[in-house]
Design a protein around this ligand. Structure first.
Ligand code: ARG
Length: 501
């Protein structure tokens, strides 16, 4: 038996058990974070005089070597040692012997260690996804600005409703995704708290300094309650939930791209670069990127549900169930990060079929509301009456196979109904281009109003972008500082002085 916990066991653990319980493949992703956590823990043990300088020096030297090895070639984790934590500890002990290496785990448990590692790793992944969302929004806003004047059909019930601009349609996604950014930021704040030093569940009788490790790991503060710290994964669920929102938003965009690039809509073209063909139908060009983005949202929702189910009815105090928190989280990032990136490229490459959008605007009588509004304004008519007149006009033109482009027929119908509106005025009223300009309410599709909203969104976006860069810089600086302290100490300098934070 190789296990560090073997002393209490009489018989060997079954091979089957080992394979059933080990997590080396999964833990691989945060070996560096585990090492960083151990380095900071040892620095704290030395500072608090729980560990002798010389022993600490030896342990730090090995941990720094291991970090080097991990960065260069990756540390192979052995199944016999179950997880990354015991693998690293075993490597330290193999190098220094139990007498010194066996002191690293003083005043710590894998229960506070694993949740700390997860927080360290998750906050970086969260910033990746946050940055990816910011980049997608930036692309959306650029594209919305570029095509701010292109008029297209706006839909309700998937039926032609009123004219809107392409910029208005697309910037709606920026508006939604900016709220998703706020959710990501809130998930980051929940994640960015230190659980190190909570130990197994009850704290420790050693006089440790949790504040010191929290600051060196660049956390915003502690999850103080030791039982809560080791038992809770709500920060991870909040992270999953924020990313589920992001994927739900992307999935709606993907859905519109899929349908609107069909022959029947023919409003957009996602382009060859984002399509693949059929193995049997030579004419086919399928919008598979958008389809997969829509389909992969499912993975994230499934993972979120999996994590909620994991903690439901789980008693407080670490249970091995919690080990199951990582696979769904890894899956979420594996799906979301490339989706954010490819959707960004796709938005950039989108082509609008202008002829088709114009035709649909007329065929769908999309300015009928505008005509009714104008009758209300000119004749001080109740809206319901103006609605009935316009509805009758649409019915008549529709049955004759005409639309609002037939100005003489419209003029005649309206005159007979008692409304004398000059032909050139009718033409002006029912023009889709004019209709979008006529919308004056706050948040409307009017290009001026869209430009104003885009300016506000850009401001919000730059705040999110600054948050991401600040946090990345803080993490990098904290890592640099921890390693500098560890190196200084490994060379014999006193930690307590260099470590003034
Ligand atoms: N590998 C475990 C996890 O991923 C951490 C170890 C927890 N402690 C234990 N006694 N099994 O959650």
């Amino acid at each position: 038996m190789k296990q560090l916990w073997k002393s209490r066991f009489v018989d060997a653990v079954a091979d089957e058990t080992l394979h059933y319980t080990e997590t080396t493949e999964i833990d691989n992703r945060f070996t560096q974070h585990d090492l960083w956590g151990s380095i900071v823990h040892v620095l704290m043990l030395i500072k608090c005089r729980i560990l002798a300088e010389a022993d600490g020096q030896a342990i730090l030297t090995v941990l720094l070597e291991l970090l080097d090895e991990e960065r260069k070639s990756g540390i192979p984790l052995e199944i016999e040692h179950e997880d990354v934590h015991l693998n690293i500890e075993a490597r330290v002990i193999a190098k220094l012997g139990l007498e010194i290496g066996g002191r690293m785990h003083t005043a710590r448990s894998r229960n506070d260690q694993v949740v700390t590692d997860l927080r360290l790793y998750l906050r970086e992944q969260l910033l990746e996804a946050y940055a990816g969302t910011v980049d997608l929004i930036r692309e959306i806003l650029q594209r919305a600005t570029k095509d701010s004047e292109v008029v297209m059909v706006g839909y309700t019930h998937s039926q032609a409703a009123q004219p809107i601009t392409f910029g208005f349609w697309l910037s709606a996604y920026a508006s939604i995704l900016l709220r998703d950014c706020t959710r990501l930021q809130s998930a980051f704040r929940a994640t960015n708290r230190s659980t190190l030093g909570a130990c197994a569940l009850a704290g420790t009788s050693f006089n440790i300094d949790r504040q010191f490790t929290s600051e060196l790991l660049s956390f915003d503060g502690l999850v103080e309650h030791a039982l809560d710290a080791t038992s809770s994964r709500d920060f991870a669920i909040e992270t999953a939930s924020a990313l589920a929102f992001v994927m739900a938003t992307i999935s709606r965009l993907a859905e519109e791209l899929v349908w609107w690039s069909s022959l029947e809509y023919s409003l957009l073209d996602v382009g060859d670069a984002f399509s693949t063909g059929s193995s049997i139908m030579p004419q086919k060009r399928n919008p598979v990127v958008a389809e997969l983005a829509r389909g992969r949202a499912t993975v994230v929702f499934g993972a979120l549900t999996e994590m909620l189910a994991l903690v439901k009815a789980l008693p407080l105090g670490y249970s091995c169930d919690l080990q199951q928190d990582k696979p769904p989280l890894w899956r979420i990032f594996d799906v979301t990060l490339p989706t954010l990136s490819i959707m960004r490229s796709q938005v950039k490459a989108l082509k609008i079929n202008r002829e088709r959008t114009t035709n649909a605007l007329w065929m769908g009588f999309t300015t009928a509301t505008e005509l009714a509004n104008e009758i209300v304004k000119r004749y001080n008519l109740a809206f319901r009456d103006a609605y009935a007149v316009t509805g009758g006009l649409v019915k008549e033109l529709g049955t004759q196979g005409r639309d609002f482009r037939d100005i003489p027929a419209m003029e005649q119908y309206l005159r007979q109904a008692g409304f004398h509106i000059a032909a050139k005025d009718i033409e002006e009223i029912v023009s889709p281009e004019n209709a979008v300009r006529r919308q004056v309410s706050i948040g409307s599709t009017n290009p001026d109003s869209v430009q104003k909203m885009i300016a506000t969104f850009e401001q919000e976006l730059s705040e999110h972008s600054a948050f991401v860069s600040d946090q990345r810089e803080r993490i990098q600086n904290a890592m640099d500082k921890s390693l500098r302290l560890a190196r200084e100490h490994a060379h014999g300098e006193p930690v307590s002085e260099g470590a003034q934070l």
